[in-house]
Design a protein around this ligand. Structure first.
Ligand SMILES: Nc1ncnc2c1ncn2[C@@H]1O[C@H](COP(=O)(O)OP(=O)(O)O)[C@@H](O)[C@H]1O
Ligand SMILES: Cc1cn([C@H]2C[C@H](O)[C@@H](COP(=O)(O)OP(=O)(O)O)O2)c(=O)[nH]c1=O
Length: 229
């Protein structure tokens, strides 16, 4: 971090949320570059995952091995992964002055296991308190678009990678379910207007990158101190 920015600002924690294929990973990488080009130390990470233990839980869940356990148990697994991630990676980086950009975080548990999975709001809230350990994101960017268009993006990625177009077990869910999920993310953003910003993700990657940078720089003006014009 440059001396000027470290002297005037603390490190920020920014999460990206939204359905599958809306461009979260693409934009997390682009924002990381922007921050670094502006002399700000930053790391990117993802959920579930980010640490060895959390990545082990990720592969267990995404292989479908916890599916029969039910949404409540999966919420507990996601929270266990999150607790390790917060303690081992997120909190130490923030404490050291490094910004943290995370591809999905606690709102995904609210949206997937809570609002669409039917897990009781109180359990979701208790797990959140435990796993976040006080580390509520400073900003959450919700990338919003029609899931059908986002699906086509994911299919194209799989075709380009020479993969069978099957999707992981979440991506196999019905389109209607994904529309409900989209509404869930919008409801979360609506309930947390001071933290969340909803951006239309159905646009060109470069244009979306510009909108995200404008959002981050407006929210944290110190990020652009010394930025190129
Ligand atoms: N704005 C965009 N327009 C078109 N395709 C995009 C855009 N952003 C990302 N993609 C492509 O769509 C696919 C899914 O993007 P990705 O960033 O992995 O989404 P997510 O992390 O939300 O699942 C990738 O193949 C990516 O290259
Ligand atoms: C973090 C988190 C993810 N998930 C789901 C969302 C995704 O379907 C999956 C993560 O897979 P991933 O391949 O990272 O999805 P994407 O590319 O769409 O971001 O796990 C939950 O159900 N709850 C959670 O708390």
């Amino acid at each position: 971090m440059s001396e000027a920015s470290s002297a005037t600002s603390r490190a920020r924690f920014i999460t990206f949320e939204g359905g599958e294929g809306v461009g979260k990973s693409t934009q997390v990488k682009r924002l990381l570059q922007h921050l670094q080009q502006n002399g700000i130390d930053a790391v990117r990470t993802r959920e579930p995952g980010g640490t060895a233990k959390a990545e082990a839980i990720r592969s267990f869940i995404l292989q479908g091995r916890s599916e029969s356990w039910g949404a409540g148990a999966e919420a507990v697994l996601f929270a266990s992964a999150r607790l390790d991630h917060v303690r081992q990676l997120i909190a130490p980086n923030l404490a050291a002055g490094t910004w943290v950009l995370c591809d999905r975080f606690h709102d995904s548990t609210r949206a997937y296991q809570g609002l669409t999975g039917g897990v009781d709001e109180r359990l979701i809230g208790e797990l959140e308190t435990l796993a976040l350990d006080g580390h509520v994101p400073d900003l959450t960017i919700v990338l919003d678009m029609d899931p059908e268009i986002a699906f086509r993006r994911v299919e194209q990625r799989q075709l380009a990678d020479g993969l069978k177009v099957t999707g992981d077990r979440f991506e196999k869910e019905e389109l209607d379910w994904h529309r409900t999920l989209r509404d869930g993310f919008l409801a979360i953003a609506n309930a947390n207007p001071e933290r969340c910003v909803v951006l239309d993700a159905d646009r060109d990657e470069d244009e979306l990158e510009r909108v995200i940078w404008a959002t981050v720089s407006a929210r944290f003006p110190e990020a652009v101190a010394g930025a190129e014009a």
